[in-house]
Design a protein around this ligand. Structure first.
Ligand code: PLP
Length: 352
């Protein structure tokens, strides 16, 4: 946190609105201008934003989404919230992203959405995923929680040129933070309207949206049109987000420099494979995931403990989603990938 971030929050604390005030719209406008999207709706977390996106996509009981097993549990859980079932298509070993060629065989009559995750900040092959979604009449939702600041074919991730909606998280480990927080971006006004009401108890005060009592427009009357939640993000969080977003490019640039250092240092090692960056993407390097070579896979736990003891903030990434088989499709081959992820926070590029 820098002084201007702190001041931005303090300004809100001194203002008339701690929540439901002007900073929310301001943050949403900053997100749409950064990403080049028409609409943004902030949520209280990335998980809440995924829930909102799945609701707006119309997911309900017994529907299926196809997603990646290499992700945080929230990607799949948010579908379960609506009674839908996550089906996993396996990953590409080098990027850790869903292998788009494996999505089509997983499509059934129940499939409603495809949800690729830009794992570690490396964009998924979106153009191919979009063609597939179009061919089968499916909704494409990017879980972009790792990828704010990344680019795919010179377009900012979450620009929604290829997808229907894209979801961010602003948890402190992400590229920018609001403490807790998330957002859904979209170019579709219908999705936008659903997201706005879903985040606020399913309630609307917009006269033109009223289903009954249109004559009470402008009076006390409001309508709860479906069961929604209190998933609002406060002005305090949004003020921090506005301040942080101004520095996003600087943050991503620093991550890219650190990733370059890791890549040149580890290029020829005998122990693990380093991550790739495809020529047509710019990764946001949320993580630097390394894959242990086969002969060391059985030693993962020891390597992990040793790294931690030596002060490295290594993490073992989510290998795969392991919920009840009754709720999800079987665990994918991705569970065989053994990944350690080096983070970027508090790491400098200067040699001590
Ligand atoms: C890929 C992915 N999706 C969704 C989430 C959920 O975001 P949040 O923690 O803001 O709820 C995370 C959080 O780590 C994530 O990594």
């Amino acid at each position: 946190m820098e002084e201007d971030d702190i001041e931005a929050v303090v300004d809100v604390l001194r203002s008339d609105y701690l929540t439901q005030g002007p900073r929310i719209r301001e943050f949403e406008d900053s997100l749409t201008s950064y990403c080049g999207t028409r609409f943004a709706v902030c949520f209280s977390s990335g998980t809440a934003a995924l829930h909102g996106a799945y609701f707006a996509a119309g997911l309900c009981n017994n529907d299926e989404i196809i997603t990646s097993p290499m992700t945080f549990i929230a990607t799949a859980n948010a579908a379960l919230f609506l009674g839908a079932r996550p089906i996993f298509a396996d990953i590409e070993p080098d990027t850790g992203n869903i292998d788009v060629d494996l999505i089509e065989p997983a499509i059934t009559k129940k499939t409603r959405a495809i949800v690729p995750v830009h794992f570690a900040g490396h964009p998924v092959e979106l153009e191919k995923a979009a063609k597939l979604a179009k061919k089968h009449g499916l909704i494409l939702i990017e879980d972009a929680c790792h990828a704010l600041g990344a680019q795919y074919r010179d377009i900012n991730i979450s620009n929604c040129k290829y997808s229907d909606m894209a979801v961010f998280s602003f948890h402190p480990v992400k590229a920018i933070t609001t403490g807790e927080g998330g957002a859904v971006l979209s170019n579709d006004e219908n999705f936008y309207k659903k997201l706005i009401t879903f985040r606020h108890h399913g309630v609307t005060k917009e006269c033109e949206a009223f289903q009954k009592r249109k004559e009470d427009c402008g009076k006390w009357y409001y309508e709860m049109q479906y069961l929604g939640y209190n998933y609002r993000l406060s002005d305090i969080h949004c003020a921090l987000g506005i301040s942080q977003l101004k520095k996003l490019d600087k943050f991503v640039q620093k991550r890219r420099e650190i990733a370059d250092k890791y890549s040149s240092a580890f290029k020829c090692n005998d122990f693990f494979d380093i991550p790739v960056e495809r020529s047509y993407v710019k990764s946001a390097w949320h993580l630097y995931p390394i894959r242990l070579k086969d002969k060391f896979k059985s030693c993962k736990a020891e390597i992990f403990s040793e790294l931690r003891e030596r002060g490295s903030a290594a993490q073992s990434t989510r290998r795969s989603y392991k919920a009840s088989a009754a709720l999800c499709s079987s665990v994918s081959l991705a569970s065989k990938a053994i990944v350690l992820a080096a983070p970027f926070r508090n790491i400098t590029t200067e040699v001590p």
